[in-house]
Design a binder for this molecule. Structure first.
Ligand code: ATP
Length: 459
């Protein structure tokens, strides 16, 4: 399959463009094109040694925020493959589609609702194919779900879907969770996992891919309380991006779904959008979904799904507030937002200002020089720090170069071992953002770094 052809050079105020992010990700081992040795597979990407750490750290930060910090939210890990009735009940079999048009001449396929944007980008005024000028077909609805077959016979009865969202795994387990854990409404179920969509127009690196990961939470509430709780979740989710992920507030905003975009069952829906180098686009959806989901599953499985409220003995189908964030999209946002090119001593320093909680490597450890036992001492310090942090040991090249290499992957702290370490048992602690260096005792170094992480705020 052909890879994305268009270059993306639009630069934000800190020097980040999609081209630069893609190149840094490849060069330093964050993200690689999938199956690259075969020419790549469009819309799929592989996470390298640093990318997998970044993704895992974001996922853990989200889990800590949602599940650990709320005593009324529990976790779940449902299977990717689900009973096919799930997707009939959810409405995905019938409605989860994009309008597509094909060029009759060059056969390129476009999303009809993206054509206007493509024409504007390329300064095209004609209604024909933006690639070759050929005639386009009328729009046809194309379902985004990937299908496969389960069992030994590949007939229509064995068709199953790769889930296009994680949410349905939560709805179908609502009763299990209520029956087996001590949750009471209002309560939430959180889940992180893979989702698959046969996206036709994929572009912008890992922004929109066919295989991606979501971090979703469904909050079950008593009908009538949903508006207040919706506002609460809207505020909490925005605060998470700003305060826990350290995303610049001026690059985040809410965007409300207008009547055309609003799903027929949704009461109100807001997106949290981020200002990508290619413009404002979605990062997370927050939706007030009424009793549609549990109501439909109750109807399709033949047994109502209700909740008996111990407060007043009433029985009802709970309403749902959903917070649906893209994990892989959050990786992209974290990279773009952290990326800065800064002028330092007649040079350009490229630095990723990751929040230390999500930085792939937390501490770089260097001996000032290799000789006189400093390398051995530095290795010993690094081994001790490893118990608490993801560390990286580097003894190659000038110390300034080693700092720059750590800056480029967003390592918030570096520890340098020198002659004073031998004599006075102290080390140099260097801060990525300010480049300040302070002398600190070797004893208690882990605690000091932990304190710095807790106190971190992006200047
Ligand atoms: P879009 O309008 O961008 O296609 P959507 O409104 O269909 O997205 P939702 O179904 O609300 O998206 O999914 C919730 C979140 O999952 C999105 O905010 C996004 O972060 C993520 N997401 C959805 N589709 C993709 C995809 N193809 N690739 C990567 N992340 C995705």
């Amino acid at each position: 399959m052909a890879k994305e052809k268009r270059s993306n050079t639009a630069v934000n105020e800190h020097g980040a463009s999609m081209d630069k992010i893609v190149s840094l990700c490849k060069r330093r081992g964050f993200v690689y094109p999938s199956s690259e040795i075969y020419g790549g597979l469009s819309a799929t990407w592989d996470y390298g040694p640093l990318g997998v750490e970044l993704k895992k750290n974001i996922q853990e930060a989200w889990w800590k925020e949602m599940v650990r910090r709320h005593d009324n939210i529990v976790g779940l890990d449902a299977a990717i493959m689900m009973h096919p009735r799930t997707w009939e009940a959810s409405g995905h079999v019938e409605n989860f589609s994009d309008p597509l048009v094909d060029c009759k001449k060059c056969k390129t396929r476009f999303r009809a609702d993206h054509l206007e944007e493509i024409r504007a980008e390329r300064n095209i005024s004609h209604p024909n194919c933006p690639e070759c000028g050929g005639e386009l077909t009328e729009p046809r609805q194309f379902n985004l779900m990937f299908t496969t077959h389960m069992g030994p016979v590949a007939d229509s009865g064995s068709v199953i879907y790769l889930r296009p969202e994680t949410a349905q795994g939560i709805f179908v387990n609502f009763k299990n969770v209520v029956d087996t854990s001590r949750v009471q409404i209002p309560f939430g179920i959180a889940q992180v996992g893979k989702a698959f969509r046969n996206e036709i127009t994929t572009k912008n690196f890992i922004f929109r891919t066919c295989e991606f990961e979501q971090m979703e939470m469904q909050y079950f509430v008593k009908p009538g309380t949903e508006d207040e709780l919706f506002d609460e979740w809207k505020a909490k989710r925005m605060a998470w991006y700003r305060e826990r992920l350290g995303i610049l507030p001026e690059r985040l905003r809410f965007s409300e779904h207008g009547p055309d975009e609003l799903a027929h069952y949704a009461k109100v829906a807001f997106d949290i959008q981020y200002l990508y180098p290619f413009g404002w686009q979605e990062l997370e959806g927050i939706h007030s979904r009424t009793d549609y989901d549990l109501g439909r599953h109750g109807e399709y499985c033949g047994k109502e799904i209700t909740y008996l409220d111990p407060d007043d003995n009433s029985r009802y189908v709970p309403y749902v507030i959903e917070t649906s964030s893209g994990l892989t999209r959050s990786v992209l946002v974290s990279l773009i937002d952290a990326y800065h090119e800064e002028a330092v001593e007649d040079e350009t320093r490229t630095v990723l200002h990751f929040h230390p909680d999500i930085a792939p490597v937390k501490v770089g450890v260097f001996p000032l020089v290799k000789k006189d036992g400093l390398a051995e001492l530095a290795q010993k310090v690094e081994l001790e720090l490893r118990e608490d942090f993801f560390t990286f040991y580097d003894q190659g090249g000038a110390i300034g170069r080693r700092y720059r290499r750590m800056d480029e992957i967003g390592t918030p702290f570096c520890v340098t071992i020198d002659y004073e370490t031998k004599d006075k048992h102290s080390v140099t602690l260097r801060f990525r953002d300010s480049m300040a260096q302070v002398r600190v005792p070797l004893a208690g170094l882990s605690d000091r770094i932990r304190q710095e992480i807790r106190a971190y705020s992006r200047a």
